[in-house]
Write a protein of this length. Structure first.
Length: 372
């Protein structure tokens, strides 16, 4: 149970500074090499040459350092800041290190190759100031990443409780909502097909259509990312409209079959990709679109859909079989309460995600300017 760092973790799990060691080894202590607390670690092998330039400062002593790792230690004490140099390597030397890699399927960089590389060092106090500042930025990134992950985990748990009815909302005056009703999808609405009779020459210009990727990516259709297809005057194609639900019909794995997304915007003229199909509720009083986006992505519904996947190398789902799936539906007021709560939760997750993306972009620009 000795804490250890292995080479693959340097480009998958750790950034410029290792703040927590995640894994352990049961190898005998006399077989291991241990850190002194002043090392910079770089993987000496990898499938992608760019991975090999992934430097991580290891500030802890007594950590087992795995094989296939180049270890940098200062010849003179207090000559450089390990954290500063780690950031410098990742920003300025990563591509250079990649060019030194040798090998075909697995690339290798040796210690002797790294010794020839030059690095620019300001005074030690300035190095330490830069390192402290960049570490603070990364700490904030880690906090936002953790916050987003916790919100997503919380949302997943709430959805499971809501759709299993372990958690119920109440009316404005505290009254209980009616019992949920079980209905098949065929009772709730009807399905329709996507584009038919189109060749590759028809795509690229024309009218907007919803892609497979848009459906798979989100429970709500992003209306800013349509692609285009030529629609002729005599074409008999199905147009989509607000409240329609779209399903992917095939995938490479059973777990990715039948992903759903709902159109929550009013559109003038919009079509659907041929590798998908639409589902139109008969009444929004029975199934409200804002509720549908969460219902069809819930674990309970996804479990039933996955059972319909058929195939070997590629899995497909039958539309007629999907229409036989039963769902439990609350009354319209309770649907709206559930949808409003989960939409607000999505908004919080989105805002944290936006902060995270903004801070990452700011850090990238900062690093590009700092080491010029």
């Amino acid at each position: 149970e000795i804490p250890c760092v292995r080479y693959g973790e340097l480009y998958h799990m750790y950034n410029e500074v290792i703040v927590e060691v995640f894994n352990r080894t049961n190898l005998n202590r006399d077989e291991l090499l241990f850190s002194k607390g002043d090392e910079i670690l770089l993987p000496s092998a990898g499938e992608d040459p760019m991975d090999i330039g992934s430097a991580s400062a290891l500030p802890f002593s007594g950590i087992a350092i795995g094989r296939t790792i180049n270890i940098l230690r200062p010849k003179i004490e207090s000559f450089y800041s390990q954290i500063y140099v780690s950031y410098y390597i990742n920003q300025k030397l990563k591509e250079k290190i990649a060019t030194l890699a040798k090998g075909v399927s697995i690339s290798n960089v040796y210690n002797s190759d790294l010794k020839k590389l030059e690095i620019t060092l300001p005074t030690l106090p300035e190095q330490q100031k830069i390192a402290t500042f960049l570490t603070a930025v990364d700490t904030k990134l880690q906090q936002l990443t953790r916050k987003k992950a916790l919100l997503e985990q919380y949302k997943k748990g709430v959805i499971q409780q809501l759709f299993s009815q372990q958690l119920r909302f109440k009316g404005e005056n505290g009254e209980e909502f009616p019992a949920w009703e079980e209905k098949t999808l065929g009772e709730i609405g009807d399905y329709f097909n996507g584009l038919t009779g189109k060749t590759k020459d028809d795509f690229g210009l024309g009218k907007p259509y919803i892609t497979y990727k848009q459906i798979f990516a989100n429970s709500k259709i992003d209306t800013s990312k349509f692609e285009y297809v030529q629609i002729n005057d005599n074409d008999r194609q199905n147009k989509v409209k607000y409240g329609d639900i779209f399903f992917t019909t095939s995938s490479e794995t059973p777990n990715e079959v039948g992903f759903a997304s709902v159109l929550l915007d009013n559109v003038e003229e919009l079509y659907l990709n041929s590798f998908c199909f639409g589902f139109r509720p008969k009444s929004f009083d029975i199934l409200h679109p804002d509720f549908a986006r969460f219902l069809f992505r819930s674990e309970l519904f996804r479990t039933e859909v996955i059972k319909l996947a058929q195939g070997s190398t590629r899995y497909n789902m039958s539309k007629t079989q999907l229409m036989k799936i039963t769902v439990n539906l609350p009354s319209l007021p309770e649907q709206q309460k559930i949808a409003a709560y989960l939409t607000a939760l999505d908004g919080r997750i989105g805002r944290v995600g936006g902060q995270l993306a903004g801070l990452r972009a700011w850090k990238k620009g900062l690093l590009q300017g700092m080491f010029v």
